[in-house]
Design a protein around this ligand. Structure first.
Ligand SMILES: NC(=O)c1ccc[n+]([C@@H]2O[C@H](COP(=O)([O-])OP(=O)(O)OC[C@H]3O[C@@H](n4cnc5c(N)ncnc54)[C@H](OP(=O)(O)O)[C@@H]3O)[C@@H](O)[C@H]2O)c1
Length: 338
């Protein structure tokens, strides 16, 4: 693997633009090619970011021999097909969240990546932020004692548009796969396991997708977590982790720059990430570090954990009776796999 890593962008939409803006801050990284369903959109994106190759198809992007890794940024119902095509061609992949629509789809991709020995990673960008690394460091040090509970809120008021990817079931709409996933993933990171018990309530909107939900998770050791997410209400995007000796608060946790440690009887400690690069640089750096070291997955966001998180989300949707138009059924995964 060369020192300079050459990226391909598949699906030049909103998040691909943010990712490309941030990739400028990653050392030894270059966007070499972009693939769109339209030559015009590929050309526009390529002109903006000075990308040498612009293709009017995803196939041509995947076939470019100079590209080391492809960032898949299409809506989540298309992730399986697009990631599969990359892996079959031996191309490493960083895939946007939600990784896939359900655990069965993701399992196929994980099996394929492992069979073909190709790098695959979920672009759960929150995981790779320095502020979240600080949370993991504090938790590992035992400074807040035993973790008993987590509370997560992520309400995002989205403009109602039944055709948009947020509300349209054919485009994978719903709060869980758009914003709830950040909470499910964060809770999984802290607890290091999936819940044995899930209780939840949901409000399904006019298009049939989950517009607001609240869930309680219970764990083998007696720990608990509460998660609330929604597309039709505005809330702080905040996490509180409660331990036997204190708590950690993460304001705006999905794009965290600040984390606060309160240990009872001690002065409050605040960590602020003052680094210049924007958030998406960190996930790109982690993917490139793995490639340079010849790793097939990231230890920060392992594939088995991505899969277990997807199973937990399947369990929530099974409770709500929410299946997408292209799903025959949604598995309930009664027993967590980790
Ligand atoms: N990490 C984050 O913070 C974050 C934030 C927002 C979104 N996301 C994730 O990123 C993914 C894309 O979201 P986005 O907001 O960037 O969406 P978007 O603006 O709609 O862009 C998606 C792109 O995918 C391509 N595409 C391929 N098939 C499509 C189809 N059937 N319908 C619509 N577009 C299709 C389109 O590009 P061409 O037609 O030009 O190929 C489109 O521009 C989603 O999975 C979302 O959850 C992540």
């Amino acid at each position: 693997m060369r020192d300079m890593i050459q990226w391909g962008i598949l699906g030049p939409g909103d998040i691909a633009r943010v990712f490309a803006d941030d990739l400028v801050h990653a050392p030894h990284a270059r966007i070499t090619a972009v693939g769109s369903r339209s030559q015009e959109r590929a050309d526009d994106f390529a002109a903006k970011y000075q990308i040498p190759y612009a293709y009017g198809s995803y196939k041509e992007l995947i076939e470019n021999p100079d590209v080391d890794i492809i960032y898949v940024a299409t809506p989540h119902p298309m992730h399986k097909e697009h990631v599969q095509a990359c892996l079959q061609a031996g191309k490493a992949v960083l895939c946007e969240k939600s990784f896939t629509m359900n655990a069965a789809e993701l399992e196929e991709l994980v099996v394929l990546a492992r069979k073909n020995k190709v790098f695959l990673m979920e672009a759960m960008w929150t995981r790779y932020l320095p502020a979240i690394e600080k949370v993991r460091e504090w938790l590992a040090s035992g400074v807040i004692g035993d973790v008993h509970m987590i509370d997560v809120r992520f309400g995002n008021h989205a403009v109602w548009n039944p055709e948009s990817r947020l509300f349209n079931p054919s485009l994978g709409g719903g709060a869980l796969l758009d914003v709830g996933i950040y909470g499910v993933s964060f809770i999984s990171m802290v607890m290091g396991q999936q819940p044995t018990t899930i209780k939840s309530l949901v409000k399904l909107g006019a298009t049939g997708v989950d517009e607001v939900f609240t869930a309680l998770f219970g764990y083998e050791g007696g720990q608990m977590a509460h998660l609330m997410a929604g597309l039709s209400l505005k809330s702080k995007h905040e996490v509180t982790i409660l331990g036997s000796k204190g708590e950690i608060t993460v304001p705006d946790f999905w794009q965290a720059k600040t984390v606060v440690l309160s240990v009872y009887g001690k002065q409050e400690e605040t960590y602020v990430d003052k680094a210049a690069p924007r958030g998406y640089t960190y996930e790109a750096n982690e993917a490139m570090r793995c490639l340079r070291e010849g790793r097939l997955e990231s230890a920060i966001m392992p594939l088995d954990e991505s899969l277990a998180i997807m199973q937990t989300m399947d369990r929530l949707r099974a409770d709500w009776g929410l299946k997408y138009p292209f799903e025959a059924s949604v598995a309930s995964h009664e027993k967590p796999s980790q």
